[in-house]
Design a protein around this ligand. Structure first.
Ligand SMILES: Cc1cc2nc3c(=O)[nH]c(=O)nc-3n(C[C@H](O)[C@H](O)[C@H](O)COP(=O)(O)OP(=O)(O)OC[C@H]3O[C@@H](n4cnc5c(N)ncnc54)[C@H](O)[C@@H]3O)c2cc1C
Length: 390
């Protein structure tokens, strides 16, 4: 049966930007009814955690494992928000060991990089639970309807109202709409949703709103970095060679090693039951394509084991794997936007009652959690100016 739901504000996507926006928005609009629609099983999006039914007790952060905040422009909104997360003990300074592996897998000086500049923070829980905590903050959770396993496939703007249509035919009606992901605004939607017009373009035809036209034009030139992450569930006895006991330990590979082993970074994640999980990230496009084109997952798992053992053969901290460990694989079609970033000035259209947030906006946080949080905070400020008309 098709159902109709009605909201003051509907957010498409349940990643960290959506959760930050929802929580800030409700603090200032406590009487408003809002809904969040997420295709996944829980909150967090690309900053989420694999809680597997098959591998009980394991929680592995399979997207962003932590996040860094540069804030070199000293944005006060961002600074205050991060301080608030720290004060409430939702996050803490990440003092995990960060190791850079040089040409011969030797340790080398860690250079500043996209994910290693500014201050690094860890969720005090898993990354997925961080998004959950953010929307539970100030007892706001009950004010939000959450729809999981629901994909919005079509949008309509009629009589000053948005109608978002889900894959099961549900119609969600809202006065305002927030797109926290750009799936419905980008040409990649055509293939993924098997449609012939980008949903936002269909809802707002060309020449109706200059901002929307520009946003869609810029997004047309945005591309995405695909990634694979391999989640290794080690056996009971697997441990470090040394006595390292912090929750995380990160190994970054330099360019030459990345070419040789196809890994970008290897992250050890100590579990509550003291087992040691290992998450291997790759963004090597040839490797990813050969994985996608091959139906032989077992072959890739064995390649991961053998590359891992070779990479860490003479390492003083990391033990070899037996190659009988279980591995699960996460395929990210779009791990990070790249190329053109969208200016924050295009983030909101008053005429069409639509706002946008996420890591696809310009700024030093482009493609990172920092950009997602900042864009959500800035968008919420723009909503404050509407309070008389909302
Ligand atoms: C493997 C990996 C490693 C990373 N490492 C780092 C790192 O070290 N540091 C860092 O800062 N960043 C890192 N990132 C990037 C970081 O994860 C993202 O920048 C951030 O999580 C984006 O949050 P968001 O809310 O903007 O978007 P998302 O997390 O993508 O949230 C959007 C949500 O919308 C949902 N959605 C989309 N379309 C629809 C629809 N039509 N209907 C319903 N739901 C929909 C999606 O399922 C998703 O959950 C990494 C990303 C990946 C994948």
């Amino acid at each position: 049966m098709k159902s109709d739901f009605s909201y003051d504000l509907l957010i498409i996507g349940g990643g960290i930007s959506a959760c930050v926006f929802a929580s800030k928005f409700l603090q200032n609009n406590i009487s408003k009814k809002i809904g969040i629609i997420e295709i996944g099983r829980r909150l967090g999006g690309r900053s989420s955690t694999r809680i597997s039914k098959k591998f009980k007790g394991w929680k592995l952060n399979h997207g962003a494992p932590n996040f860094n905040i540069s804030n070199s422009n000293d944005n006060l909104l961002l600074k205050n928000y991060i301080d608030q997360l720290l004060k409430n003990k939702f996050i803490k300074i990440d003092d995990s060991e960060l190791i850079s592996l040089g040409d011969n897998s030797n340790l080398e000086f860690l250079k500043k990089s996209q994910f290693y500049c500014g201050d690094n923070y860890l969720s005090s829980f898993s990354m997925g639970e961080l998004s959950q905590k953010i929307i539970e903050f100030n007892d706001l959770r009950d004010k939000i309807d959450l729809f999981f396993g629901t994909l919005i496939v079509d949008l309509k703007f009629n009589n000053n109202e948005w109608i978002s249509i889900s894959n099961n035919g549900d119609k969600l009606i809202s006065k305002y709409l927030i797109c926290s992901s750009n799936l419905l605004l980008h040409k990649r939607s055509l293939k993924i949703l098997n449609i012939n017009q980008i949903p936002l373009r269909k809802a707002i035809p060309e020449n109706k709103d200059k901002k929307i036209d520009l946003l869609l034009n810029l997004l047309d030139r945005q591309s995405f970095i695909p990634r694979l992450t391999f989640l290794i569930y080690t056996n009971e006895k697997y441990c470090y060679k040394d006595f390292y006991s912090k929750k995380y330990r990160y190994f970054f590979l330099n360019k030459k090693l990345q070419n040789k082993y196809k890994f970008e970074r290897v992250i050890f994640q100590l579990q509550d039951n003291n087992k040691l999980g290992i998450v291997v990230h790759t963004k090597d496009i040839d490797f990813i394509n050969s994985f996608i084109n091959s139906k032989d997952e077992e072959f890739f798992k064995q390649a991961i084991f053998s590359h891992f053992n070779e990479l860490f053969r003479n390492n003083s901290s990391v033990n070899q794997l037996t190659c009988n460990e279980e591995i699960s694989i996460m395929k990210w079609r779009a791990s990070q936007p790249s190329g053109y970033a969208v200016p924050l000035s295009l983030q909101f259209s008053k005429k069409y009652r639509i706002g946008f947030c996420g890591d696809w906006f310009e700024g030093e946080g482009f493609g990172r959690v920092e950009g997602s949080i900042l864009s959500a905070l800035i968008l919420e400020e723009k909503f404050k100016t509407l309070s008389n008309t909302f």
